[in-house]
Ligand binder design. Structure first.
Ligand code: PRP
Ligand code: ZN
Ligand code: MG
Length: 213
């Protein structure tokens, strides 16, 4: 039986369009943006699955997908056993602390005894303990920027790209704790046939990247 690579991409979000463009530039064709959650390439032994980005590390660990494209932020926060195969250089963003715009800021120690809403409790928790700050971490899975406005937390820690979400929610960025970009992840051990397909794919990705530099 000839094997096929199953590749998980973000269904809709910051990584989706750039991920699709990467494969397009690699000459790999598949249906995208049709609402279908699965699409087989017409000219490369690959099948694409469109999923929520946060679920991708788990699917890759479980073998539902062989590869995935996620933000490094999602991969580092996840506890799943996955391997970073290659850095992709797009969808750059940062994970930052932000507080209401009218609030004073004298440094990270200001967060002692405060509560912080985030979808990244592990990355934030590590950062706070490095900085010897003791704050309560309030984990929420989305719309984190609303938290200070509804009295749920005094600060937030979330992904910032253009900064427009912070701006429209009356928040100011005070500290960057992690810088992220899209990465290609895989199961730590792939079967030989899948590994050789991955090698072909990597060869094309590197050629595309080299042409841009
Ligand atoms: C992040 C973050 C904000 C937005 C910030 O979401 O949670 O909602 O991007 O971007 P901006 O600075 O350009 O306004 P993400 O794309 O990670 O999606 P998700 O939280 O739905 O997974
Ligand atoms: Zn997400
Ligand atoms: Mg978000």
């Amino acid at each position: 039986m000839s094997s096929i690579l199953r590749i998980a991409l973000q269904k809709s979000g910051r990584l989706s369009e750039d991920s699709y463009q990467l494969f397009k530039e690699c000459g790999i064709r598949f249906d995208y943006g049709t609402g279908k959650l699965k699409s087989v390439s017409s000219n490369f032994p690959a099948e694409f699955l469109f999923l929520r980005d946060d679920d991708i590390p788990g699917y890759v660990e479980d073998g539902v997908a062989d590869l995935g494209i996620v933000g490094e932020n999602v991969a580092v926060e996840s506890t799943h056993q996955i391997e970073t195969v290659h850095r992709l250089g797009f969808s750059k963003c940062r994970l930052s602390l932000a507080i209401p715009r009218g609030t004073d800021w004298n440094g990270i120690q200001d967060l002692n005894g405060k509560s912080i809403a985030t979808s990244y409790p592990r990355i934030l928790g590590n950062y706070l303990s490095e900085q010897q700050v003791s704050a309560e971490i309030h984990e929420i899975s989305g719309s984190v920027e609303i938290a200070p406005g509804i009295g749920l937390a005094e600060a937030i820690c979330d992904i910032v790209s253009s900064g427009s979400t912070l701006l429209s929610n009356g928040l100011k960025e005070v500290e960057t704790i992690f810088r992220s970009e899209a990465i290609l992840i895989a199961r730590p051990t792939l079967e030989d046939e899948k590994q050789s397909l991955l090698n072909k794919l990597l060869f094309r990705i590197k050629a595309v990247q080299a042409a841009k530099n």
